[in-house]
Every structure is written in C-alpha cells, then in structure tokens.
Design a protein around this ligand. Structure first.
Ligand code: SAM
Length: 335
C-alpha cells in the first residue's frame, strides 16, 4: 500500500498505480519518475514540457495540429475563476450525469480519461479512492489540470500529454476508460475508439461521448444566427456559465471548432461489435425516460430497435440539442 503523503510534502505527479500503466512510446518499456522527466528502464529520458509529463510523439498530421492549436488557445472547458476542489465536487454531485457516473464506477478503480481537457472530470472521479489518469494533447489544458491538482493536493488524479492514436499506456490496464466529447475532433473517430478500447481490462467498462448527428443540426443552425443574436442564443451561456472567459471558450468550442464529426447510436453499436464490446447503456437513455437516470448507469439496458433509436435520436433535438448535443454510450469489453 502507498505511504500517506504528509502535510508539506509535495504531491507526486503520478500515484504508483497510475505510474505502473505508463510505457515508453519508443519501446514499450516501464517508466519511472525523476525530477523534470519520465525515464524508461532502457535509459531514455522523456522530459516534462512546461512542467507537464509528456509522452506525445513527434509525428503529427496537419489536422491534429490545427485542432491542437485551437485548444491551446481555448483550453476546454476551463475553470470558473479560482474554482476550488470543493466547488468542483459540489458541481459534480449536482449534475445527474457525473453523479451517476461516479456511483456506477464505485470504489478503488483505475480509470483512464482520454481527452481530459482541463481535468475537471478526472479530478471528480478520483473521489472514492479511485486513481485516475487524464491524457490530452493540449498542453495549456493540462497545465490548468495540474495546477488544480497541486493546489488542492489531489494525489490520485494524474495527467500526461498523449495522442489518442498513440497512447503510451499498457494494454488491458484500466477498469474504466472514458472519452467524452473528444473522438469527434480527431481524423477518424472509429479508429480512435479502437485505440482506447485496447486500454480497458477484459470485463472492464468503456464509455464514449460523441456529437449526435441528429441533435447537432440545431447547433449548426444556431451557428448561422450567431452574428445576428450574439452569444445569448446559446442555452448554456444563458443558464449555466457565470464566467465571461469560460463562456467565450464554450462559444468557440461549439461554433468555431476547426474539425468535428457527427455520429449515431447505430454507428457506435457497430464499433462495439468490431472491438468486442457488449452494449450496456446510453445517456440519455434510448428507451424510457430521457431525464434523470434512476437505474445504474453501467447496468444492462435494451438498445431498442433501429426504428426506436431513430425516434429517440429525433427527440434529442428537444433535449441535448440545446446543450452540447453529446450522447454517451457505455459498454463492457468482453472477457
Ligand atoms: C471538447 S474538449 C473535451 C474536454 C473534456 N473531455 C470535456 O468533456 O470537457 C476536446 C478535447 O479533446 C482533445 N483532443 C482532441 N484530439 C485529440 C487527440 N488526437 N489526442 C488527444 N487529445 C485530443 C483536445 O485537446 C480537447 O482537450
């Protein structure tokens, strides 16, 4: 068992459980932490970049760099002023999705969040003695995530710079892998999904959140009216964000993103089949109430018929269509 961290001692960048999942991008060997870098057992040093542990490989396509430049300028979702951990936990517990997600994950789990942005969900999920690694390619987002970790002395949330297509992580390592609002900003969401599934233990959970090809039509329509109405056309800006900078980041992410693709439940069910993942649930639900979840988020549910899924996704025009138009599909990797 890890020794407790005493008051005044610096909080380590990685908990032991998370460090054991990292591998050198060049030869897959284990990594150890030393001042200012990660070092592989084969002797190669991977220096932190601006204080952030970095295992991002050099080979980058033009699209990735365009998306990265965008998020470097607009780290997402950003913090509302000096948002402390207590406030972040209160928000997470008030939000039915994050509250039910934490409850479904349970205790003492090892979790990977791919595309963690500024790290709020990673921090929230380290409650219940969970150990969470958040990875993202955007340095300015990871800097904010790390700053929050160090200021609030959060020992079980860790961060590293990585590309979803080149995750420097052991296969079959995590109890839960989550990627929320990320894969649709990559060159190939389907391929990116197969990269993240490999990191889940057989029998573990994978959850992927994507833009809905139905609900996102409303965002597209709003983007055409934005010049006329200003930011108040956006429901989230009107009702959920208090901080002006955070509101601007949200508007840019939603209406000026350099690259996004739209997806359907049926498409994700196809990805599940291809990658040996059994469907469990969807948020919002496919059948029954689309509002607050009452059942276990990771409990098995009926995916409905093709016709029922079309009707449900059309109904999302009136629900998630006013917010980010994201739906999350949850599955279990077959053992
Ligand atoms: C809309 S933000 C979502 C952040 C967070 N998951 C959330 O829901 O608030 C998309 C994130 O995906 C990251 N991202 C996009 N493409 C990526 C890639 N190829 N590898 C790693 N991260 C990527 C971006 O840097 C950005 O932080």
């Amino acid at each position: 068992m890890a020794a407790p961290i005493r008051r005044g001692e610096p909080v380590p960048l990685f908990s032991d459980r998370v460090l054991a999942t990292l591998v050198a991008p060049d030869d897959g060997s284990a990594l150890a932490l030393e001042p200012g870098a990660l070092r592989s057992v084969s002797g190669r040093r991977y220096p932190h970049v601006e204080g952030v542990p970095s295992l991002l490989r050099g080979e980058a396509d033009a699209l990735r760099e365009r998306v990265r430049a965008f998020y470097e300028e607009n780290p997402f979702p950003s913090y509302e002023g000096l948002e402390e951990f207590g406030e972040l936990v209160n928000k997470g517990q008030r939000n039915p999705f994050t509250r039910d997600l934490l409850a479904a994950i349970g205790y003492n789990r090892l979790i990977l969040e791919v595309g963690c942005g500024t790290g709020q969900l990673t921090h929230f999920l380290q409650l219940n003695n969970n150990h969470v690694l958040g990875v993202d390619m955007t340095l300015n987002s990871l800097k904010l995530a790390l700053e929050h970790k160090l200021r609030n002395r959060l020992a079980r949330s860790s961060f590293a710079q990585m590309d979803v297509f080149d995750l420097a992580l052991r296969d079959d390592a995590f109890d839960v892998v989550i990627s929320h609002g990320v894969l649709h900003h990559t060159r190939d969401a389907r391929q990116a999904f197969s990269c993240i599934v490999r990191k889940v233990k057989p029998g573990g959970i994978v959850m992927v959140g994507l833009y809905s090809s139905y609900a996102r039509i409303l965002t597209w329509l709003r983007s055409k009216l934005l010049w006329l109405t200003g930011n108040r056309i956006d429901y989230v800006v009107r009702n959920q964000i208090r901080d002006a900078r955070k509101a601007q980041v949200w508007i840019r992410d939603q209406y000026e993103n350099p690259h996004e693709t739209w997806h359907s439940i049926g498409e994700v069910l196809g990805w599940f089949e291809e990658n040996g993942v059994e469907y469990l649930n969807c948020f919002p639900r496919i059948l029954g109430s689309s509002g607050e979840l009452t059942a276990d988020l990771f409990g098995a549910s009926d995916p409905g018929s093709r016709y029922q899924r079309v009707v449900t996704q059309l109904s999302w025009l009136g629900t998630i269509g006013r917010e980010g138009s994201l739906f999350d599909v949850i599955g279990r990797r077959r053992a």
